[in-house]
Design a binder for this molecule. Structure first.
Ligand code: HEC
Ligand code: HEC
Ligand code: HEC
Ligand code: HEC
Ligand code: HEC
Length: 226
């Protein structure tokens, strides 16, 4: 059975009365009941990770949350409260994936000069590009480098087809074939275009396929989680 959405719960409450609403609220607030609400697969490399490593319990006791929901339902509150678990944030990801060598750290893009780029790609949040419980490891296309690197020129470009030419020809799908986004692979970018990883292989990885980037990684995610 699919988990009820907050809206469905409200509709149910209206039709079946408050007792049923409260029962639904208890189910949705109880961590043990959480698996029945999961609505999609966890990506392969996250299979051993606990739900709570990403989903932090909401502030307030279960009773306060139910009360908050009720007040929202009755129009006494402006915003709904979270049911048991807050929205996932980058902080949860960084607890296991913070790296000293990060090429594109999310905090860097808070600077005002990136405002126009952020309208194209939400680079200030892990969840701007990644997701979970879907069939996508990352929900971006291959072309998003364009949001920031349109003016790129190398002083002495080592490529057989240089960066300026690639960009003039809008060959943005080639970038991830030579550079991983996070710079977390011990991998020297090739200088020949034909040595680039084919765009199809990169795209498969962003969906749910195997990584096309040569191992080893410089840093691996922390195992476990509390
Ligand atoms: C690697 C991190 C991660 C792990 C582990 C994880 N989730 Fe999630 N989950 C997410 C993200 C990201 C979302 C997207 C919605 C959000 O931002 O809250 C989400 C959404 C959900 C939602 C929908 C909530 C909503 O407001 O729409 C449910 C329910 C859920 N997860 C349950 C689970 C359960 C149960 C487990 C353990 C089996 C689990 N999750 C493990 C990251 C994770
Ligand atoms: C409890 C620790 C933990 C948390 C929290 C966590 N991860 Fe991971 N993640 C791992 C481990 C361990 C791996 C597998 C080793 C590796 O590839 O680094 C991994 C792998 C990945 C991969 C690579 C998948 C692959 O197979 O190549 C991505 C992408 C990823 N995590 C993104 C995220 C994002 C985004 C979040 C936050 C929503 C997150 N992780 C939260 C531990 C964690
Ligand atoms: C602008 C888009 C974007 C943002 C924002 C982003 N990622 Fe990624 N991420 C990617 C792409 C593209 C890949 C595949 C290429 C690669 O491996 O670098 C990837 C790969 C990964 C991987 C697997 C490869 C590796 O480096 O181990 C992990 C883990 C990961 N991301 C975690 C994160 C975390 C954690 C955050 C937030 C701090 C984040 N990402 C923010 C686009 C993004
Ligand atoms: C939100 C903006 C943004 C996006 C999107 C973005 N970059 Fe960058 N990138 C930067 C900034 C800023 C730097 C640092 C440049 C500097 O310090 O001069 C950088 C640096 C780099 C570097 C050099 C890193 C080093 O340490 O030498 C590479 C390679 C790179 N980006 C590749 C890419 C690729 C490939 C993509 C698309 C997959 C991409 N970038 C997407 C903003 C971005
Ligand atoms: C055929 C492989 C290849 C392709 C395709 C490629 N690059 Fe590069 N790129 C390199 C190499 C090699 C360097 C030299 C520095 C290095 O070894 O990382 C480089 C350097 C860079 C730098 C660092 C510039 C500096 O001043 O240090 C950035 C940023 C960059 N590339 C972005 C991109 C973007 C964006 C694209 C897509 C338009 C792209 N690259 C396509 C191989 C490639």
């Amino acid at each position: 059975m699919k988990a009820p959405t907050a809206r469905q719960v409200r509709i149910a409450a209206v039709f079946a009365g408050l007792p049923m609403f409260l029962a639904a609220a208890v189910v949705m607030t109880d961590p043990i009941a959480m698996p029945i609400m999961a609505h999609g697969p966890i990506q392969a490399s996250h299979e051993s990770i606990q739900c709570e490593a990403c989903h932090q319990p909401s502030p307030g006791t279960a009773r306060q949350q139910v009360q908050g929901k009720l007040h929202f339902l009755l129009g006494l509150r402006e915003t709904p409260v979270d049911f048991g678990f807050s929205a996932v944030t980058s902080k949860a990801c960084l607890a296991c994936h913070e790296r000293p060598n990060e090429r594109h750290p999310i905090y860097r893009f808070q600077e005002p000069r990136f405002q126009a780029s952020l309208a194209l790609v939400e680079a200030t949040s892990c969840l701007g590009c990644h997701s979970e419980h879907t069939n996508h490891r990352a929900s971006i296309d291959l072309l998003f480098c364009q949001a920031c690197h349109e003016d790129l020129k190398l002083k002495s470009d080592p490529l057989d087809v240089n960066h300026e030419t690639l960009i003039a020809n809008l060959e943005w799908q080639t970038c991830l074939g030579c550079h991983d986004f996070h710079g977390n692979h011990k991998h020297q970018a090739p200088t020949l275009l034909e040595a680039a990883i084919p765009a199809e292989a990169v795209l498969l990885y962003l969906q749910a396929g195997p990584s096309p980037y040569p191992l080893p990684k410089l840093f691996k995610g922390r195992e476990g989680g509390e």
